[in-house]
Design a protein around this ligand. Structure first.
Ligand code: IPE
Ligand code: IPE
Ligand code: MG
Ligand code: MG
Ligand code: MG
Length: 299
C-alpha cells in the first residue's frame, strides 16, 4: 500500500503477541462487574471476536519503550479497548453509519437490538474508568491515566459529531475539515493509547513528548489507511461493509485528495512517527514495527 523504506519491517506474530493476555484480562474484568447477564453478554460480544487490538498493543509497547512492564500496561490496555469497542458499537448504529457487519459478524444492534447496543456502549464507557480505579494501585497514576482516557474519549465523540453532524466554519477548507474529523474520531484514542502506556510506566517529559508525536502521526495515518481500505478491499477481507464511505458521502482522504496523495500522506506520517522514536533508541523497536505494519495493513 505504501513504499516500504529500508527500515520498514514487521513481524505480525510479534506485534500481536500480547493479544490473548489482553483478551483474558478484559474477559475477567467484565465477568466481575455486577450487571444484568444480558448486558454482560452484549459487552462480551462487542469486545471479543476478531479485533486487531491495536490500541491495547500500543499501550503495552509504549510502556515498554519507556522502561515499563506489561503488568503496568494491562489496566490501561483493557480500558482503552473498552472505549474503542464502545465507539464501534455506536458507530454502527442505524442513526450513525448503519452497518450490519463488524469483525466478520453481525453488529451488536443486529445481534441483539438497538436499545441493548446503546446501553452496552454506555456501560463499556463507565467500566473502562472503573477498571482503571480498581486495577491501578497508585491513585495518582490512576488519576493521570483516567485523565488521558477522558481527553481521548471526549475528542473521539467530538470527532464522531464532526463526521456525522458537521458544523464547521464556512472558511475551513475540505482538507482542514477532514484533518479535524480524523484526528478527533480516530487519532485521539490512538494518541491516548500511546500516552496512557507511557504514563503507566512513569515516562519522563522527553519520553512522553516523543511518544505523543508518534501517537499523533500513527493516529491520523490509521484513519487514512481505513479510508483507503474502504475503497480497495472487499467486505469479506475487512469483516465490515466495504464501500460504505462513498455510499454515505463521507469526507475521506481518497475522496478529497485521491488515492495517490493519500498514500503519500501515509508515507509522510510514517516517517514522522519513526523519526519521533529516535530519542527512545532500541527500546522503541516494537513501536517502529507497529507503525510499519499500520502503514501497509490490509484489514
Ligand atoms: C476501526 O478500528 C475503526 C476506526 C477507528 C478506523 P480498527 O481497525 O482498529 O478495528 P478493530 O478493533 O481491528 O476491529
Ligand atoms: C470510525 O470511523 C471512528 C470511530 C468508530 C470512532 P469509521 O466509521 O470509518 O470506522 P469503520 O470503518 O466503520 O470501522
Ligand atoms: Mg463512522
Ligand atoms: Mg463506520
Ligand atoms: Mg471506515
Amino acid at each position: 500500500m505504501t513504499n516500504q523504506t529500508e527500515s520498514a519491517y514487521f513481524d505480525i506474530d510479534q506485534i500481536t503477541a500480547p493479544t490473548p493476555t489482553v483478551d483474558q484480562y478484559m474477559r475477567d474484568y467484565v465477568a466481575s462487574a455486577s450487571l444484568p447477564k444480558n448486558l454482560i453478554d452484549a459487552i462480551d460480544y462487542a469486545l471479543l471476536g476478531g479485533g486487531k487490538r491495536m490500541r491495547p498493543i500500543l499501550v503495552i509497547r509504549a510502556a515498554e519503550a519507556v522502561g515499563g512492564t506489561i503488568e503496568q500496561a494491562l489496566p490501561p490496555a483493557a480500558a482503552i479497548e473498552l472505549i474503542h469497542c464502545f465507539s464501534l458499537v455506536h458507530d454502527d448504529l442505524p442513526a450513525m453509519d448503519d452497518d450490519d457487519l463488524r469483525r466478520g459478524r453481525p453488529t451488536l444492534h443486529i445481534k441483539t437490538n438497538e436499545a441493548m447496543a446503546i446501553l452496552a456502549g454506555d456501560a463499556m464507557m463507565s467500566l473502562a474508568f472503573q477498571l482503571l480505579l480498581d486495577r491501578i494501585p497508585d491513585e495518582t497514576t490512576a488519576a493521570k491515566i483516567m485523565s488521558e482516557l477522558a481527553v481521548g474519549t471526549s475528542a473521539m465523540i467530538g470527532g464522531q459529531v464532526y463526521d456525522t453532524l458537521p458544523d464547521f466554519p464556512s472558511d475551513l477548507t475540505p482538507l482542514d475539515q477532514l484533518k479535524t474529523i480524523h484526528t478527533h474520531k480516530t487519532g485521539a484514542l490512538i494518541r491516548g493509547a500511546c500516552r496512557m502506556g507511557a504514563v503507566a510506566a512513569k515516562a519522563n517529559d522527553e519520553q512522553l513528548a516523543a511518544i505523543t508525536t508518534y501517537g499523533e502521526a500513527i493516529g491520523l495515518m490509521f484513519q487514512i489507511v481505513d479510508d483507503l481500505l474502504d475503497i480497495t478491499q472487499t467486505t469479506e477481507q475487512l469483516g465490515k461493509t466495504a464501500g460504505k464511505d462513498v455510499e454515505q458521502d463521507k469526507l475521506t482522504y481518497p475522496a478529497v485528495l485521491g488515492v495517490e496523495k493519500s498514500q503519500a500522506e501515509i508515507t509522510r506520517l510514517l516517517e514522522v512517527a519513526l523519526g519521533a522514536l529516535s530519542p527512545l533508541g532500541n527500546d522503541a523497536a516494537q513501536l517502529a514495527q507497529i507503525a510499519n505494519y499500520l502503514a501497509v495493513r490490509t484489514k
